[in-house]
Every structure is written in structure tokens, then in C-alpha cells.
Design a protein around this ligand. Structure first.
Ligand code: GDP
Length: 299
């Protein structure tokens, strides 16, 4: 909890200090509630959540003395209520050999790093893991995955730069089946500049995977960068349309005051949120827990 709280310290300070500023030595009335609602909107929680949280805070408390601690507690519990239905652990089904995971998201969101983090954790849990460098357009992305693979001791399937990502995915799955690998993580390109191309490429990857395993991919994780704020909301919308996203990972919650965006996304899309990234290190990935997150961002 402390690590996540430290990681989320900037979001925490925004909401926590804001609440103190609004409610210290004040009664709760329409003006203070409006200020609270504005604070929550500024913290990226989204208009609907901000309004419902402010309503919950106001209920039965009009014209009463309140303390910032009390308000923080109520805000945390209301945020937790929004997040609880979407907080789902990322489960790797041991029956599938391999369990195939497609990593999608825009360039720079943290797909490659997150794939490596998931691989490292699975390896620590005793699973055999394989990585496929499906972002074949960027030499740096392939190189980065290779470096991670070496560091954590996991094989990385690659092809030449500009090579066919679907062919690579097919080859990786064939090899993972043969080697009875538990988990195959496939990185993909994230060039949103040309949505039609990207959609065609993702569809093709899925199509060829299904030739070897009709149920693959078993999970499609959309990786979102928390620091992009409202852009993350647009990305859920776009990738929700072009890929069969099964769950979300939000990265870079350590470097941002915009952790609240996850609440807006939860409220608006209701998609499962599995994991959060709180640093660049291999261990800086945590399961998403509604209550812990809510308490961490409200201070
Ligand atoms: P990709 O283009 O989606 O594959 O993104 P990368 O995995 O290459 O990540 C882009 C940058 O974000 C890299 O410098 C990563 O180290 C960094 N990054 C990824 N996840 C996190 C995180 O949770 N916290 C921080 N601070 N940086 C992260």
C-alpha cells in the first residue's frame, strides 16, 4: 500500500490538500460542495463521478461542521464503490498451453515494459514464459524487448524490422505450443495515425493465432498511460472498437497527478482493470485493488 501511495503521491496531494483547503474550519454547504466537485473534476475523475461523489458527501451533512479527514474518508469510499466492479485480478488460465496475451495500446503507453513485467512475475511464479516482439516497425521496441528477455531469462521471438507481425505471432504460438509454454505475451505496434492499418494488422494477428488455437488470444490487454489524462479515455474508446479488449492496465501512475482518470474510465466503460504500473522497474506492477487505489489517491 505504501509503495502505491508513494507512487501516487502527486494525485494524492491534489485531492487531499484540495479537500483540506475547502473544508478546514468550514461548514458543509452548497458552495463548499461545488468546490469539492470542481476539485474532483480537475483531478480527472470525470463529471459524473465528481457529481455523484459530491452528492454522497452532501447527504445528511448540510450545514454541519465537518472535518477534512471525514470528507476524505467519504470521498475514498465513494471512489472505491465506482472502482470495485471493475477491479479484476489478471488470471492466467493454466489449462491453456500457452495462455496467449495480446498487448495493445499507443506507442509509449508502456506495452513492452508491461509485457516484461508480467513475464517476470509469471516466471517467478514458476511458469514458463515466451515473449514475441510484434511491434516490428520500431527497431527500438524489438531491441527493448530482447534486453528485457535476457534480463529476466525469457525467450523472445523476433523478426526483421518491418517484418510481418502476424507471421511472427504465428511462429511464436507454434513454438510456444511445441515447447508447452505456459504463457505467451505478444507485443504489438501502436500506430494510431493510421487506424485502418492498425485494425487490419491486429485482426490479422488474431486470425492467424486462431489457426493454431481457436480460443487465442485468451486476453487482450489495453495498456494506457495515466499521464495522458483525457487522451487515455479516447484510447479506450478507439481500441475498444478496433480490438477485442478484455482488460486494462494503467501505467505511470507514479509520475502523475492524474490517477483520477482511472476512475473516469471505470465509470464510463466498465471494463475490467487488472494491473497498474508504478515505475519503470521490473517489479513496479501491482494488481489493481479498488479500495487501496481509492485510499491512495485521496490521501
Ligand atoms: P510501448 O511503446 O507501449 O511499448 O511503451 P514502453 O514499454 O516502451 O514504455 C515507454 C516508456 O514508459 C519507457 O521509458 C518505460 O520505461 C516507461 N514506463 C512504462 N511503464 C511505466 C510506469 O509504470 N511508470 C513509469 N514511470 N514509467 C513507465
Amino acid at each position: 500500500f505504501q509503495r502505491m501511495k508513494d507512487g501516487l503521491s502527486r494525485s494524492t496531494r491534489t485531492i487531499s490538500d484540495g479537500i483540506t483547503g475547502i473544508f478546514i474550519r468550514k461548514k458543509l454547504d452548497r458552495a463548499t460542495l461545488d468546490e469539492l466537485e470542481e476539485l474532483l473534476i480537475a483531478a480527472d475523475l470525470g463529471i459524473d463521478t465528481a457529481a455523484s461523489v459530491a452528492d454522497a458527501v452532501g447527504k445528511d451533512r448540510y450545514d454541519k461542521e465537518v472535518t477534512p479527514e471525514e470528507i476524505r474518508g467519504i470521498v475514498a469510499s465513494e471512489i472505491s464503490k465506482v472502482l470495485a466492479p471493475v477491479a479484476k485480478p489478471f488470471a492466467i488460465d493454466a489449462e491453456k498451453k500457452p495462455f496467449v496475451v495480446l498487448m495493445v495500446g499507443v506507442n509509449g503507453a508502456g506495452k513492452t515494459t508491461t509485457a516484461a513485467k508480467i513475464a517476470a512475475k509469471a516466471k517467478r511464479d514458476g511458469k514458463s514464459v515466451m515473449l514475441a516482439a510484434g511491434d516490428t516497425f520500431r527497431a527500438a521496441a524489438v531491441e527493448q524487448l530482447k534486453v528485457w528477455g535476457e534480463r529476466i531469462g525469457v525467450p523472445v521471438v523476433t523478426t526483421k524490422v518491418g517484418g510481418d507481425a502476424a507471421g511472427l505471432a504465428y511462429e511464436a504460438l507454434a513454438r510456444a505450443k511445441e515447447e508447452k509454454t505456459d504463457l505467451l505475451l505478444i507485443d504489438t505496434a501502436g500506430r494510431l495515425q493510421n487506424k485502418a492499418d492498425l485494425m487490419a494488422e491486429l485482426e490479422k494477428i488474431v486470425r492467424v493465432l486462431k489457426k493454431l488455437d481457436p480460443e487465442a488470444p485468451h486476453a487482450t490487454l489495453l495498456v494506457l498511460d495515466a499521464t495522458t489524462g483525457q487522451n487515455a479515455v479516447n484510447q479506450v474508446e478507439i481500441f475498444g472498437k478496433i480490438a477485442n479488449v478484455t482488460g486494462l492496465v494503467m501505467t505511470k501512475l507514479d509520475g502523475t497527478a492524474r490517477g483520477g482518470i482511472l476512475v473516469a474510465i471505470a465509470q464510463r466503460f466498465g471494463m475490467p482493470v487488472h494491473l497498474i504500473g508504478i515505475g519503470e522497474g521490473i517489479d513496479d506492477l501491482q494488481p489493481f485493488d479498488a479500495d487501496t487505489f481509492a485510499r491512495a489517491i485521496t490521501g
